[in-house]
Design a protein around this ligand. Sequence first.
Ligand SMILES: [Zn+2]
Length: 57
Amino acid sequence: MADAHKLDCESVSDTCRFIVQSEDEEEAVELARNHMKEVHDQEYSDDELREEHLQVV
Ligand SMILES: [Zn+2]
């Protein structure tokens, strides 16, 4: 099975349980970035998301 890229919003927020998971890293980053912006009003760069928030599972 291919690796999946996952962002668990619980690691950055106490109240949000949103999880992004995709085998496509670009898609996972994009979904995560949109979620952070729309729901948390926080802007993350792709690099920040990749380095600090995305896990490979
Ligand atoms: Zn969230």
